[in-house]
Write a protein that binds this ligand. Structure first.
Ligand code: NAD
Ligand code: TYD
Length: 348
């Protein structure tokens, strides 16, 4: 089987690529990535020479390129993760999210339909999406697969739109599709603009740790490798046309999570108890900041037998150790050096 994974140089995509390349040596895995600021081939150096792995540098918003790639490579399946993924960036630059997340997804769907339209059997377009499409919860309740879409940021609106297009291709053309909507991920390779890696990096460097508003917003955190395992389960065992919610059953108020991160870092770095908490700085809230996300994962747990493999304590311990041991990765992504690395290797 020939599988196109888009966005495989990013945070979640790199874990999905590694899992598929190593677990399924008979599959040919193509990783298509534009290598934006968030894409980093250093995430994949351990598997870059695997015989069943090919990296392709390219932009999903380049329709001619995408169309040629599908016609040339004749993929059997697509696992689509490439996206602009940061809510704060979507507030300052919403059009980038429209182009990549909406139009880019539509170009992929169109190319897949053109390639597969005479026979959709054994083909699959799998869209990896977010729980943010469901909007924001109050203090009670959880998102299920039946929750009405109510996206409220340009990021979540773009992901909701792409989810709708994926389902429309299933309904209108009969294309086999699957969608999964996941909660906030954390773990190795996470770009330090998102809360957990940003906080760890700033604590390490004794810089202020920005907390938006009062820090009362709640997120449900899932270890990224458990998300990759869930994607594997949905890809292989999920029903065509179905949606699966994936979450960690692990809700934290931002301020409580940051306190925990500060305390772990004090212990690991041998700092005085409470030292890192002094770095916490309350800043102006994010515009339209969603209060709470929480996922009901019972469908994927009951139907596909998936469950998280690590507790939050274990996952955080691994994550903090990874960031402390991978100083060069952090230096590179914060300095831009990694862009020189890949530009030398993969200049178009
Ligand atoms: P990321 O920002 O770390 O990585 C995105 C990748 O997509 C990068 O490698 C980037 O270079 C690539 N990319 C961006 N624009 C592209 C384009 N036009 N053409 C080709 N490649 C392009 O994102 P992530 O956190 O790994 O998220 C991956 C997917 O999972 C996204 O679709 C996101 O919406 C979804 N998701 C993320 C989370 C989370 O907590 N991070 C949770 C649920 C769902
Ligand atoms: P983030 O990691 O950007 O993910 P998302 O917005 O997709 O949930 O943010 C997680 C939470 O942390 C969110 O409520 C916003 C908040 N936050 C801060 O308080 N400070 C920060 O510096 C960042 C990046 C986020």
């Amino acid at each position: 089987m020939k599988i196109l994974i888009t966005g495989g140089a990013g945070f979640i995509g790199s874990h999905v690529v590694r899992l598929f390349v190593t677990k399924y040596p008979n599959y040919q895995i193509f990783n298509l990535d534009k290598l934006t600021y968030a894409g980093n081939l250093q995430n994949l150096t351990d598997i870059e020479n695997a015989p069943n792995y090919t990296f392709v540098k390219g932009d999903i918003t380049d329709q001619a390129f995408i169309s040629n790639l599908f016609q040339e490579q004749k993929f059997d399946a697509v696992i689509h993760l490439a996206a602009e993924s940061h809510v704060d960036r979507s507030i300052t630059d919403p059009m980038a999210f429209v182009f990549t997340n909406v139009i880019g997804t539509c170009y992929l769907l169109h190319a897949a339909k053109e390639l597969w339209k005479s026979d959709f059997s054994n083909k699959l377009f799998y869209h990896v999406s977010t729980d943010e499409v469901y909007g924001s919860l109050g203090e009670e309740g959880m998102f299920t697969e039946e929750t009405k879409y109510d996206p409220r940021s340009p990021y979540s609106a773009s992901k909701a739109s792409s989810d709708h297009f994926v389902r429309a291709y299933n309904h209108t053309y009969g294309m086999p599709v699957k969608v999964s909507n996941c909660s906030n991920n954390y773990g190795p390779n996470h770009f330090p603009e998102k809360l957990i890696p940003l906080a760890l990096n700033n604590i390490k460097n004794e810089k202020p740790v920005p907390v938006y508003g009062k820090g009362e917003n709640v997120r449900d955190w899932l270890y990224v490798i458990d998300h990759a395992r869930a994607i594997d389960d949905v890809f292989h065992k999920g029903q065509v046309g179905e949606t699966y919610n994936i979450g960690g059953v692990n809700e934290w108020r931002n301020i409580d999570l940051i306190h925990l991160l500060c305390d772990i870092m004090d212990r690991k770095l041998g700092r005085e108890e409470g030292a890192s908490r002094k770095l916490i700085t309350f800043v102006t809230d994010r515009a339209g900041h969603d209060l709470r996300y929480a996922i009901d994962s019972s469908k994927i747990m009951n139907e596909l037998g998936w469950e998280p493999s690590v507790t939050f304590e274990e996952g955080l311990e691994k994550t903090v150790d990874w960031y402390l041991q991978n100083e060069d990765w952090l230096q590179n992504v914060t300095s831009g050096n990694y862009q020189e690395y890949y530009q030398k290797q993969y200049s178009q």
